[in-house]
Design a protein around this ligand. Structure first.
Ligand code: SF4
Length: 752
């Protein structure tokens, strides 16, 4: 393995001094070059879904740094630690370097290295066989990120209809559906939150600053700097909660009770925006009748928050409306009632009358691009398999867990192949046992990614993609205060010429599958320039600046902006007839969560500010900043169990699943009826030596999940764990010796 001489301290020093990290492909160099940059290339980040605009800095022909693009409204010239650490993903030592074909048993991670032609011929032959025997519907696509676009397009042109992003049912879906059912529109990404002008901000289970949504974190810092009032409801005193005027350590799973009680105070005391409700509200009387039953005294017993605190915080919210914002969160699929919980958040915001108002939800705009003329997709007689009979009536995207279920059961028809782009389904879907059982049922599994992972270890074919600083992708068209378009373009070549961009993989796949007309352009720039120039914009400007920002338009009602609601009533639906008609509660109703089994506590999870999901633990820079996770245990609970700070423990859940060892972090900042850890760690794939067996995996422990009956989204906070003490740890090894965990060995890759 290549040495990684860049220490964390050194990285932070040079990060602070404008440029993030010195890179000398394929290893990073800590020596700052004397010469200025050869060039800077404007592009946008894909270390997470926020897609901030950045500048790739090239020195002496090599990637030197990735910094914020001051012209870009998402980054405002500043990147988060993961974006700044993106050069680490360029030089990541265990990237997939060539196409691989499996030679051992599935999961053994034994592959032979092959050419692209061999790999794609093999893929095409296997997919065509499945199509001939079962139809193209039996091939499913899973995706994450904008790079999937052309591969998905090639597959859909060939007949694929089952195409799902786990980011829907496992992350953003219930939040958006809750808002669609209330306001007629989802919130999208980035959300139109006017934190810059908010006077009172309420975070309920959201951890700004730990979840590094760059623009929001910047506005949050400004909000705190000018003395905005922060109210945080969370079982854990998060970094954000430590800045709050009120921290409400709410019992996990009782958010709806708390929100309903807040609404009770605001309605019964007449503190809501009555003019807004009168003009734009639908079904307010039925809503209010129910909400009057949700008293703070009732909620106190459920949530653990004193009634007086509920009243005081509700009044504090109302005091600054409409510049009061209850943050809708993002990954809020926690307890299986999540679309109703999101609706409760949406309704509390509606009582503030903050839609289209300064300090609430601003009115968004975008810059339109022209579509590139591409042939339509063939029609499917079978339809999609993920949500048969519309079981989840308000699901408005495909359900990845639904496709997994169809794979397991063969109903409504068999799924025999998965093509998986840039998402490690073993980590992203709940209950990995089911995912592995579904993989067992497949005839063929293809993984396309920049890195190895658990799911890649089970693949029949692995196709190596270039990472975002090495490739073009489609243009990012963003809704925002002004709206903008952003270009992704290569800053440096990939370390291996066999690491190819997604558009190229899609084009080759289309050719091999016999649908070459699906991607008619020979070069991606032909496509990109056509979309931009046909819209009357300058492609040269976009290449130079990385972004084109739209004109100033009204963001608020006060500026002449218009608000409209695309709901059945055309109004904000306090009481929802469509939900009632589907057989569910028309106003969010609290259901008490299941109690912990004896000797167990609830496992709750969150994000690290220096990692994205489970995808960056092998990035040497980010690994250096946080190599592993810890489990937070409340001091009284630890005392009862005899667990010391730093002691290694394992977590065993209610289904008997046991984690890898993880260090205990004793804290006063957590309720004693739960433990907390950051997810994304605890990898068991040897395809990344840096992340192998580092920490414990929350995904692994998420074997018991509930499914939201409205949307089909799945929960992650419905598991309970016992804490098992490990024997005392041996003395620590020198830091250098820990760079690669003992026991990690390279997966077998033989040359063709
Ligand atoms: Fe990149 Fe951070 Fe922006 Fe995400 S928030 S796109 S990781 S800079």
């Amino acid at each position: 393995m290549d040495p990684l001489p860049l220490s964390r301290r050194r990285f932070l020093q040079i990060s602070a001094a404008t440029f993030g990290a010195a890179a000398s492909s394929p290893t990073l160099s800590a020596t700052a070059p004397a010469a200025g940059p050869d060039k800077t290339v404007a592009t946008y980040c894909e270390m997470c879904f926020w897609r901030c605009g950045g500048l790739g800095v090239v020195r002496e022909g090599k990637l030197h740094a990735f910094v914020g693009n001051p012209l870009d409204p998402a980054s405002n010239g500043r990147l988060c630690p993961r974006g700044t650490g993106a050069p680490g993903s360029h030089v990541e030592p265990d990237r997939v370097r060539t196409p691989l074909i499996r030679v051992g048993a599935r999961g053994k991670e034994e592959f032979k290295s092959v050419t692209w032609d061999e790999a794609l011929d093999h893929v095409a032959a296997r997919l065509q066989k499945i199509k001939a025997e079962q139809g193209p519907e039996s091939v499913a696509f899973f995706k994450h990120g904008i790079g999937a676009k052309f591969i998905e397009h090639a597959l859909k042109s060939w007949g694929v209809v089952n195409s799902a992003a786990p980011s829907y049912a496992q992350c953003r879906g219930p939040r958006d559906v809750g808002f669609v059912l209330t306001y007629g529109t989802g919130l999208g990404s980035p959300e139109p939150l006017d934190i810059a002008n908010t006077k009172t901000l309420v975070l309920i289970g959201s951890h700004l600053g730990e979840n590094m949504h760059n623009t929001q974190v910047q506005e949050f810092a400004e909000f705190l700097g000018r003395g905005g009032k922060l109210i945080v409801a969370d079982p854990r005193l998060s970094v954000a909660a430590s800045k709050a005027a009120h921290w409400l350590p709410v019992k996990a799973g009782t958010d709806i009770a708390l929100i309903n009680a807040w609404m009770n105070v605001i309605v019964t005391e007449g503190l809501y925006d009555q003019a807004f409700v009168k003009e734009y509200g639908h079904g307010f009387e039925e809503f209010a009748r129910f909400i009057r039953t949700q008293t703070p005294d009732w909620a106190a017993a459920e949530t653990g928050i004193p009634a007086a605190t509920i009243r005081a915080t509700a009044r504090a919210m109302a005091a600054t409306r409409p510049a009061t914002l209850i943050h809708p969160g993002r990954r809020s699929n926690w307890y299986g009632d999540d679309s109703q919980r999101a609706r409760a958040v949406a309704l509390l915001n509606a009582l503030m009358g903050n839609w289209g108002r300064k300090g609430g939800f601003f009115l968004q705009h975008t810059v339109k691009l022209a579509p590139y003329p591409l042939p339509p997709y063939p029609k499917s007689a079978k339809g999609k398999a993920d949500n048969p009979g519309g079981k989840y009536p308000f699901a408005d995207e495909e359900l990845s867990t639904g496709i997994r279920e169809a794979t397991l059961t063969g109903q409504p028809y068999p799924i025999k192949a998965w093509v998986v782009y840039s998402t490690n389904l073993v980590f992203t879907l709940p209950d990995p046992r089911k995912t592995l059982a579904a993989i067992d049922k497949l005839d063929f599994l293809v993984v396309i990614d920049t890195i190895g992972s658990e799911i890649a270890g089970y693949a029949d074919v692995v196709l190596p993609e270039a990472m975002f600083l090495e490739r073009y992708d489609d243009i990012n068209s963003v809704w925002g205060r002004r709206g903008w378009v952003a270009l992704r373009q290569p800053v440096v070549p990939a370390p291996s010429p066999e690491q190819k961009p997604g558009w190229w993989i899609g084009k080759q796949l289309a050719n091999k599958l016999g649908v070459p007309q699906a991607i008619p352009f020979s070069d991606i720039e032909e496509y990109l320039a056509a979309r931009v120039e046909k819209a009357g914009l300058s492609y040269a400007q976009l290449k130079r600046d990385g972004v084109i920002v739209g004109p100033v338009k009204p963001n608020y009602v006060e500026e002449g902006g218009k608000i409209e609601f695309d709901t059945p009533s055309g109004k904000v639906e306090f009481f929802s007839e469509q939900i009632k008609k589907a057989g569910f509660d028309p106003v969010p109703r609290y259901v008490r969560p299941a109690p912990a089994p004896a000797g167990m506590v609830r496992l709750i999870t969150g994000r690290s500010p220096v990692h994205t999901f489970g995808r960056t633990q092998g990035n040497p820079i980010l690994h250096d900043m946080q190599p592993t996770n810890e489990v937070w245990i409340a001091t009284p609970l630890a005392a009862k169990l005899g667990v010391a700070d730093g002691q290694k423990v394992r977590l065993r859940n209610q289904d008997g699943i046991t984690s890898l060892p993880v260090a205990a972090r004793l804290t006063e900042r957590l309720r004693p009826d739960c433990v907390y850890m950051v997810y994304g760690f605890g990898h068991t794939s040897r395809m990344s030596r840096l992340s192998f067996e580092m920490g414990a995996s929350a995904s692994h422990l998420n074997s018991s999940y509930r499914t939201d009956p409205l949307t089909g989204s799945t929960s992650i906070h419905t598991n309970f764990v016992a804490i098992l003490k490990e024997p005392a740890a041996p003395p620590p090894k020198p830091a250098a010796a820990q760079a690669v965990p003992a026991g990690a060995s390279t997966p077998t890759v033989t040359e063709a």
